[in-house]
Ligand binder design. Structure first.
Ligand code: ATP
Length: 306
């Protein structure tokens, strides 16, 4: 069942046509990521879905409501976790979560939500003693306490250390197990790749691509594989034999993107053996989601220029 429906959405700020005919649907229980470069129209789109901005034209439905007119009944069905939430510092974690719970008709359990975001050990600490990452978890708890159907997460792990980021990903993955629909905006492609069931790539207000992260990688990279290695300092890259793939060198680090990995690897390694050259850190990998994303928005920007 579609929980979010966007049909031919447009938003103009004066002459700036920020969102240009966006259409997408998000199914119940999905984690749906919206990614794109700065100024692509992500925040504008999400704020329209949250009911904080009015569209110039087009249709938007969230949890069965028109966000622009849904009022309090609509707001009780959604949770919003913004990048920078002001947190009341004089309360403990449990007190603050309890206060917010009082704003909703049927909130989730206080201790359950605190546990879900991994703050049980801090429940009785004043919020001003929390670290940046712990504050973001508290933000997440406040977004969840009303037991929303749709949770909006804006850059949820900006400023997190790598281990806190992984913990936050586990929390978000856990939300899906309790049936929440999550709309995520992020600039971390690994985050979109790990968390999202589907990703919308937007650039200059238009949808550039929509699919599962693996579909997008396949669509862009096709059967492309990357061969990487480092040449010894005394071997110049110009000595390497010709290959089918696209060979790029950055100093002595060589990267070959190829649709013929078996053949190209054979050509390169045969040459290396004959010339007694050791390829250091030789490895073979598939294109990453980040590379696919950069290709997609690069192509969109180029076609926008022409
Ligand atoms: P970022 O990744 O930098 O957060 P974004 O994809 O969220 O970018 P938006 O904030 O939606 O992009 O902005 C899209 C376009 O709309 C930009 O050109 C921006 O300058 C413009 N814009 C956004 N908000 C307003 C506003 N309140 N008034 C006028 N123009 C705006």
């Amino acid at each position: 069942m579609a929980v979010v429906i966007v049909e031919d959405l447009h938003k103009r700020y004066g002459d700036n046509h920020a969102v240009r005919g966006l259409s997408l649907t998000v199914e119940e229980g999905e984690v749906f990521a919206i990614v794109g470069p700065n100024g692509a129209g992500k925040t504008t789109t999400v704020e329209i879905l949250e009911g904080h901005r009015r569209p110039s034209s087009g249709r938007v439905e969230v949890a069965g409501f028109d966000p622009a007119t849904g009022g309090r009944a609509f707001r009780e069905r959604i949770g919003i976790v913004l990048q920078e939430c002001g947190i009341e510092e004089r309360f403990s974690v449990r007190e603050l979560v309890t206060l917010h719970a009082g704003l909703y008709p049927s909130p989730r359990g206080i201790d359950e939500v605190i546990a879900l975001v991994g703050l049980t050990g801090k429940a009785d600490e004043r919020t001003k003693t929390l670290s940046g990452g712990q504050r973001r978890r508290l933000d997440l708890a406040l977004g969840l306490i009303g037991d929303p159907d749709v949770l909006f997460l804006d850059e949820p792990t900006t400023g997190f250390d790598p281990s806190a980021r992984r913990q936050a990903w586990d929390v978000v993955a856990g939300l899906c197990e309790v049936g929440k629909t999550v709309i995520l905006t992020t600039h971390y492609m690994e985050e979109a790749y790990r968390l999202a069931d589907r990703v919308a790539v937007v650039a200059a207000g238009e949808l550039v691509a929509l699919g599962t992260p693996d579909e997008l990688v396949d669509r862009v990279a096709g059967g492309r594989v990357v061969i990487e290695f480092r040449l010894p300092p005394d071997v110049d890259v110009s000595r390497l034999p010709p290959v089918v793939g696209d060979l790029q060198a950055d100093g002595h680090v060589v990267v070959v993107e190829t649709v013929s990995p078996t053949g190209d690897l054979a050509v390169l390694t045969r040459w290396a053996v004959v010339h007694d050259v050791e390829f250091e850190q030789l490895r073979l990998r598939h294109g990453s989601f980040e590379e696919a994303y950069l290709d997609l928005i690069g192509a969109a920007t180029r076609s926008g220029d022409g």
